[in-house]
Design a protein around this ligand. Structure first.
Ligand SMILES: Nc1ncnc2c1ncn2[C@@H]1O[C@H](COP(=O)(O)O)[C@@H](OP(=O)(O)O)[C@H]1O
Ligand SMILES: [Mg+2]
Ligand SMILES: [Mg+2]
Ligand SMILES: [Mg+2]
Length: 331
């Protein structure tokens, strides 16, 4: 018997692994000098290279599937960005893609250019947590398949997150298939996948929440107010990217709060889809701040949702109630 979505999972895992290794090698080249000058070139090269390898792999296997990716090659084709483009091609060649050229790189990147909802599509964030990537901290490569508005495959590459059962192994590849559970595999070693699970606690005083490092992406003051009202005593864990979903899915935190910082901002589907399935398949719950399910059938933004709340399940209801009382953000 064939397992449903097995081929989709295999292609997604191998593409995200290849992209994760490229991102890791580019991240190693960031110097303090680059950071001081606020030069975004390493992240740019890694973003584009990651999007190129993943779209290339998806297109080879599932040529009919649209891909809603974060990046596009619009700027790369400008003459002044020729150097950037050449560096991307160099990365692709060193990753073993011998047919890489400037034209092909732009073509692969633009295969991720879909914007509209369709009954079956992939969504891709080639580097989520750009700021974490530049700080040499956490970032993720996020890919998922959505069918009829439901996330059915989610793969998250976290090159800097230790393997859950062995801290000394840095780099974890997470995956989930709807109805089949959530799993982790070491990024570098051939080892069987291990299942991961959320915690079971219903005691806020014993719980830990995580949130963005960037207070511009998620309101730290509102999360503190909420945590105080719930009696959460532990210090929050702050980390960039969808690595937060992985941390909740593997039981290292019980809650992830993403509270709006400004009216009108809508979350992007590629910032959440893979993480959402991972947590749900690990036994947890994900809604917006009003307790509404996230709607992945509205195009590239979660237009009918505000913020995101992720928990182990038992901690969800009272948290949503508190958020309702706080009136965090006008629509
Ligand atoms: N005002 C805002 N509110 C919420 N998310 C925002 C935001 N401005 C940017 N972002 C998103 O926050 C993501 C990073 O999230 P985090 O802070 O959890 O690491 C960014 O993804 P990229 O880094 O892929 O651009 C970006 O899409
Ligand atoms: Mg992102
Ligand atoms: Mg990104
Ligand atoms: Mg971005």
């Amino acid at each position: 018997m064939t397992i449903p979505l097995q081929r989709e999972l295999e292609v997604a895992l191998s593409a995200v692994k290849q992209a994760s290794l490229i991102c890791r090698s580019v991240q190693a080249t960031i110097s303090d000098d680059v950071l001081e000058k606020k030069d975004k070139s390493p992240v740019t090269i890694a973003d584009y290279s990651s999007q190129a390898v993943i779209c290339r792999a998806l297109n080879a296997a599932f040529s009919e599937d649209p891909i809603i990716g974060e990046e596009d090659a619009g700027e790369l084709i400008q003459a002044e960005n020729r150097d950037f483009l050449e560096k991307i091609v160099t990365e692709l060649l060193s990753a073993g893609i011998s047919e890489a050229s400037t034209e092909k790189a732009c073509h692969w990147i633009d295969q991720g250019g879909a914007k509209e909802y369709s009954h079956r599509f992939w969504t891709l964030d080639p580097i989520d947590g750009t700021k974490g990537f530049l700080r040499k901290e956490q970032y993720a490569i996020s890919l998922s398949l959505i069918v009829d508005g439901k996330i059915v495959v989610g793969v998250l590459g976290c090159p800097n997150l230790p393997f859950p059962t062995d801290e000394s192994m840095k780099g974890t590849l997470y995956y989930a298939v709807a109805g089949q559970g959530a799993f982790a595999i070491p990024l570098d070693q051939e080892q069987p996948a291990i299942p991961i699970h959320v915690t079971k606690t219903s005691d806020y005083s014993q719980s830990r929440f995580c949130e963005s490092v960037e207070s511009g992406h998620s309101s730290h003051s509102h999360s503190k107010q909420t945590a105080d009202k719930l009696g959460i005593q532990k210090e929050p864990r702050r980390l960039d990217s969808q690595a937060k979903y992985a941390v909740v899915a593997q039981g290292e935190a019980d809650i992830y709060m993403r509270l709006p910082t400004r009216a009108g901002y809508r979350e992007k589907i590629w910032d959440h889809a893979a993480g959402v399935l991972l947590v749900e398949e690990a036994g947890g719950k994900v809604t917006d701040i009003h307790g509404k399910p996230l709607e992945f059938n509205q195009g590239y933004e979660l237009i009918n949702n505000q913020g995101v709340i992720v928990t182990n399940g038992p901690l969800h209801p009272a948290l949503i109630e508190i958020l309702d009382e706080l009136t965090i953000n006008p629509e």
